[in-house]
Design a protein around this ligand. Structure first.
Ligand code: UGA
Length: 436
């Protein structure tokens, strides 16, 4: 089998590398010549994802994975061509911007030389697959092809494992010929008994959005319950466990925090809200989720300020963690991008440390002093704030933390410490949804 992967962003690069690990011959294509050069010549990975560098290097060396800017050559003769280009939120209306997807469809159409399965792997709104098919037919009325929707459910930070051992694979197409090609590509997953769902194009497209918006709603639910826990003196972790052990609810994605961020949930919730409104079937739950989550990020700055006595003017706050979650350098829609400016607007001086995200953060945040490590970050600060739950922040030497801070105050928006431990260590401690 030979495939072309159009777009070497998160999804494209991880999927390309993983398919090559499955034994498929993969050519990854991108318009960004510098990126392709880096990948081809030096194995430079443009994103931070554990294990990806090795996976790319070993498959490139084995000759199963290559990189090019030459789309026509990569597409010619391929059994399947995956579209994994970006679908950012369109400025102004929240719709997914599909210009890259449709642009790729046109170029693919012009380059196909035999029966080709064209697969949309990017998260695309319902109806996009049909439009891709229409475009290809328009450009190449003679071409033999099928369009398949095959959404990706991988998480940043555990992307390779998520691809290699997924909970399920969803394949949307009505064509038996295309299904056979997809079965062949995912042959390895059949061997480990992964559920593989065949659906229509539209169903598959909607499954992706329904999954992400459901998870965003689950997080938002527990975040609101956490706020209530603080008021009534309950513990949100016990509540989450107490409800999560009910198999109908499930334990995952019930961890409270400063609001969801990242490249997917914020964009996908907005896009589904728009689609639903347009079709006259509004998803009011998700509309509310979007609204609550946006407000939550701002409310977290107020929570910090209140805990520090109502004013942070002239005080230095040490912030640990900037990325939207650990094990990534991704800053997209990270809560830190709302919380830090709000603290600065209230007069705080912000010093920050993040193991991977500082370079990206510096492009988005002004007037932040970046420290070399966690301890340098908190040296002489008035309080410590944990924004992202990197493992290295879970094991801080608390005696050292206490001696470095001007006062032993910690606001832990990820609940990586416990009120009991922090009290025993002599800290004033503010978690989310637990005893303060
Ligand atoms: C998410 C989905 O989990 C993936 O299944 C999906 O493939 C991906 O979007 C996508 O559409 O490409 P990702 O954005 O990488 O993956 O990150 P998550 O681990 O889902 O976290 C998203 C946000 O929710 C983060 O800000 C995280 O801190 C927050 N979160 C997550 C919570 O606040 N509480 C939780 O219990 C879980």
């Amino acid at each position: 089998m030979r495939i072309a992967m159009i777009g070497t962003g998160y999804v494209g690069l991880v999927s390309g590398a993983c398919f090559s690990e499955f034994g498929v011959n993969v050519v990854c294509v991108d318009k960004d010549a510098a990126k392709i050069d880096g990948l081809r010549e030096r194995g430079d990975i443009p994103i931070y994802e554990p294990g990806l560098e090795q996976l790319v290097a070993s498959n490139a060396q084995a000759g199963r994975l290559s990189f090019t800017t030459d789309l026509p050559t990569a597409v010619a003769g391929a059994d399947a061509v995956f579209i994994a280009v970006g679908t950012p939120s369109r400025r102004g209306d929240g719709h997914a911007d599909l210009s890259y997807v449709y642009g790729a469809a046109r170029e693919i159409a012009a380059a196909m030389t035999k029966y080709t399965v064209v697969v949309t792997k990017s998260t695309v709104p319902v109806g996009t697959g049909r439009e891709v098919a229409r475009i290809i037919r328009e450009v190449r009325p003679d071409a033999e092809f099928d369009v398949v929707s095959n959404p990706e459910f991988l998480r940043e930070g555990s992307a390779i494992n998520d691809f290699m051992r997924p909970d399920r694979v969803v394949i949307g197409t009505e064509s038996e010929r295309a299904r056979a090609v997809m079965r062949q590509l995912y042959r390895v997953l059949y061997l480990i008994e992964t559920p593989i769902l065949f659906t229509s194009l539209e169903t598959s497209e909607l499954i992706k959005y329904a999954a992400n918006t459901f998870l965003a709603a689950k997080i938002t639910f527990i975040n609101e319950v956490a706020d209530l826990c603080e008021k009534v003196g309950a513990d949100v972790h016990d509540v989450a466990r107490g409800i999560g052990l009910d198999g109908r609810i499930g334990r995952k994605f019930l961890h409270p925090g400063p609001g969801y961020g990242g490249s997917c949930f914020p964009k996908d919730t907005l896009a589904l809200v728009k689609t639903a409104q347009e079709y006259g079937a509004p998803l009011r739950i998700i509309e509310t989720v979007v609204d609550i989550n946006a407000k939550r990020k701002k409310a977290m700055a107020d929570k910090i300020i209140q805990f520090l006595g109502g004013s942070v003017a002239g005080r230095t706050l040490a912030i640990l963690g900037l990325t939207f979650k650990p094990n990534t350098d991704d800053m997209r829609d990270s809560p830190s991008l709302d919380i830090i400016p709000a603290l600065q607007a209230a007069g705080a001086n912000v010093r920050a440390f993040d193991p991977e995200g500082m370079k990206e953060a510096a492009k988005h945040l002004a007037n932040v002093e970046y420290a070399d490590n966690a301890y340098a970050c908190m040296d002489g600060a008035d309080a410590l704030v944990i924004l992202t739950e990197w493992n290295e922040f879970r094991a801080l030497d608390l005696a050292r933390v206490r001696s470095l801070l001007r006062e032993p105050v910690m606001i832990d928006l990820r609940n990586i410490y416990t009120p009991e431990d922090m009290e025993a260590q002599g800290f004033r401690y503010s978690p989310v949804g637990r005893r303060q």
